[in-house]
Design a protein around this ligand. Sequence first.
Ligand SMILES: Cc1cc2nc3c(=O)[nH]c(=O)nc-3n(C[C@H](O)[C@H](O)[C@H](O)COP(=O)(O)OP(=O)(O)OC[C@H]3O[C@@H](n4cnc5c(N)ncnc54)[C@H](O)[C@@H]3O)c2cc1C
Length: 463
Amino acid sequence: MKEISCKLLVIGAGPGGYVCAIRAGQLGVDTVIVEAGKPGGTCLNVGCIPSKALIHAAEEFEKVLHMAGGESPLGISVTAPTLDLAKTIAWKDGIVSRLNSGVAGLLKKAGVKTVHGWATFRDGKTVAVETETGSQVIRAEAIAIATGSAPVELPFLPFGGPVISSTEALALSEVPKKLAVVGGGYIGLELGIAFAKMGAKVTVVEALPRVLAQYDSELTRPVVKRLSALGIEVITGVKAKGTKGGALLIETSDGKSVKVAADKILMTVGRKPVTEGWGLEQIDLDLAGKFIRIDDQCRTSMRGIFAIGDVTGEPMLAHRAMAQGEMVAEIVAGHKRSWDKRSIPAVCFTDPELVTAGLSPEEAKALGGELKIGMFPFAANGRAMTKLGEDGFVRVVARADNHLVLGIQAVGQGASELAAAFGLALEMGARLEDIAGTIHAHPTQGEGFQEAALKALGHALHI
Ligand SMILES: Cc1cc2nc3c(=O)[nH]c(=O)nc-3n(C[C@H](O)[C@H](O)[C@H](O)COP(=O)(O)OP(=O)(O)OC[C@H]3O[C@@H](n4cnc5c(N)ncnc54)[C@H](O)[C@@H]3O)c2cc1C
């Protein structure tokens, strides 16, 4: 059995793990990373990147279809567009594979040794990896667990046959005629909307009274409107129960059993941390619910063992994992660091897109104290008009006493690109006057952000 030693061992090369390893390597820390699959983890291989590729292709196809219908106000007409999903998926796979090589190259450039295989803890300092060429034992002074998350499977709707997770949905070679999506959270709606644009008859079933329940209803209203325009049926307050002869069985709130016809049933009822199969029991770490418990330096209950990313809890987002990974690398290298982020912006790539950073109006109200809330509609924004993207708005939530911005939200076509400005404003501790006093280039949707701040101050210019 081969044995190696290092200062830092990272388990899992998703966004959390690979960023941790690259930063550690940059800082001269002798680092090894172990990955059972491909570099980039869920995000790069079966998550963020492939879903956004598919969403983009679906968006383009729907635009052209719209034009073919003779309905385009732009005066463009085309005839009979078609979509070859197998080709779209091959294009998406090409992007993924380029990024796989990119991550592998970055790890190499940073001097990180990559070991391919499944890692299992033997004790708090030692891990065994089953590689293609046999067992490899790695001893490390510090270990970062970045094992990520996996889709939740319901026992009465196990994956297989027509029942698929987001992973299989991103690799279909044909658009299903009828697609039932179980779970109206962001993953279910992003993919459901994409398949509807590609021609599937989509039904979304959700146990809660409304979809995208983590967002306030004012923010999700344009998305709900668009779901209906795309012909997506949304059934709320119901529970998925199983399958029967080409249909999904659901139970309504009054106990009735209803069939939803479906060739494919996409399960998006949540994701669970990967805490099994790698010897958690050998090291007996404390958990917080189903996640690994961490402190503000991502330290676990065992000295020298850190945990980062989805395995440590919500929000399960790639950029949170990356920020944690970078911090842990710097701590291992001897820097004084702790989690000091003011916000973790979140984007939902539905149509239209949603962006949130910091506190929602409800969360801000719960703190007590007076608020100033400014909202600016894209219907009054020139750039949004030129993109046929007038539905939506930017909303800024600030303290009334000192105008400190507490939260920013937007819904609108292309609103995802505003996430950077929102995150920066919160991180820099911006006041309404800082945003209102910054020249925003014209014509851009970003002007909506400036106008929302002006509105909160009581003197918006374009509304
Ligand atoms: C469809 C979909 C769309 C998404 N879209 C977005 C988005 O737009 N924006 C966003 O921020 N987030 C998005 N996410 C979430 C994002 O993918 C995760 O938050 C992110 O990947 C978490 O990174 P991580 O490093 O914690 O874990 P992961 O990316 O899950 O990586 C963990 C890695 O560890 C490896 N591993 C696990 N155990 C072992 C072991 N014992 N030995 C060796 N290797 C091991 C796995 O093979 C995996 O590669 C999406 C997720 C899905 C499913």
